[in-house]
Each structure stands twice: as C-alpha cells, then as structure tokens.
Design a protein around this ligand. Structure first.
Ligand code: PNS
Length: 160
C-alpha cells in the first residue's frame, strides 16, 4: 500500500491545502494529513484540536484521507505511520528555498524522500497567514478556504 504523509501547520486549512490534498490523494492509496508544530512559528491561531476538526470537515469528501496529529521529528513520524514519502506544495521561489532545504535534511538524516506538487494557478497566492489577516480584519474568506468550514474559520478569527 502506497502511503504519503502531508505534514503542515494548517492554521487554518486553506484552498491551497485543499488543492494539494485533492491531487495528492489520487497519487497514493492512503494520504495522511499530519498536523504538526512548526518550531519557526511561535504563535498559533487555532488550537491543534480545532485545526484537526477543520481539516476533517474540509476533507470529508475524500475516501482515502486520514487526518491526525503528531509530535516529534517529521522523518520519525513518516516511519511511524508507514508512509513511503512526504508530500509538500510549492508556490513561490521562496517556498522552494525553504522546502528544498528541509527535503535535503530529511533525505540525509533518515533517507526519506519528499514529493513536490506545484500549487494550481487558482490557489497559488493563498497562504494561511494572509487568510488569518483577512479574517481578523473582518474580510470574507470566500474562495480562500473550503466552503464547508468557512463560517467556522471566519467566526474563529473574528472572535479576537
Ligand atoms: O505548514 P508549515 O508550517 O510550512 O509546515 C512545516 C512543518 C510542520 C512540516 C515543519 O516545520 C516540520 O517538519 N516540523 C516537524 C519538526 C521537524 O521534523 N523539523 C525538521 C525539518 S527538516
């Protein structure tokens, strides 16, 4: 069984994440979406539990997608969940710089490969940080996050 792990902060899930999940789940038997902590991001908007709930609702239409949370080193998590590779999305050259460094490190320390998908043109400009900013300032997130979870995200961001 071919299993891929899609790790990320997902704070919150966006249409960019949805695009990657929709495409990645066609490339494997089982796609595990792993909610992880990014040590470079000091503050998180949504709790881990809330991010998982949003992802589960946002991924409800995909039969072979599981959403879970993990802690620790990504390469250990890959082994732990029986995945063959990591999958990540790329939007910009800045993404490439960060992602290629992580991919090389993960390959070197545990022999784990990373597969990259280039974000679809319709979502390439969407980031979770911009979604948080727009939502906090009361803007509509229509088209930026999946419709099924938009209300929940808008309310969560407007609460502040
Ligand atoms: O969505 P993000 O914030 O870009 O995801 C980054 C993430 C969570 C995939 C990355 O920070 C990560 O892999 N964290 C786990 C800790 C780890 O293994 N760090 C070493 C990476 S080379």
């Amino acid at each position: 069984m071919r299993t891929l792990l899609y790790p990320g902060s997902f704070d919150p899930m966006t249409m960019g994440h949805y695009d990657l999940i929709a495409r990645a789940c066609c490339l494997c038997d089982h796609l595990i979406v792993g909610v992880l902590h990014n040590p470079k991001k000091q503050t998180e908007q949504f709790t881990k539990e809330k991010r998982i709930a949003l992802l589960k609702a946002g991924c409800a239409g995909f039969q072979n997608v599981t959403v879970r949370t993990f802690s620790g080193l990504l390469v250990d998590i890959v082994k732990q969940c029986g995945a063959q590779a990591i999958i990540r999305g790329l939007r910009t050259e800045a993404d490439f710089a960060i992602e290629s460094e992580m991919a090389r490190l993960n390959k070197q320390i545990k022999g784990i490969d990373t597969v990259f998908l280039i974000a679809s043109p319709e979502v390439i400009h969407i980031s979770a940080s911009r979604v948080r900013e727009i939502g906090r300032l009361g803007g509509s997130l229509h088209g930026l996050v999946p419709d099924t979870i938009r209300d929940d995200i808008e309310k969560g961001l407007a609460k502040e």
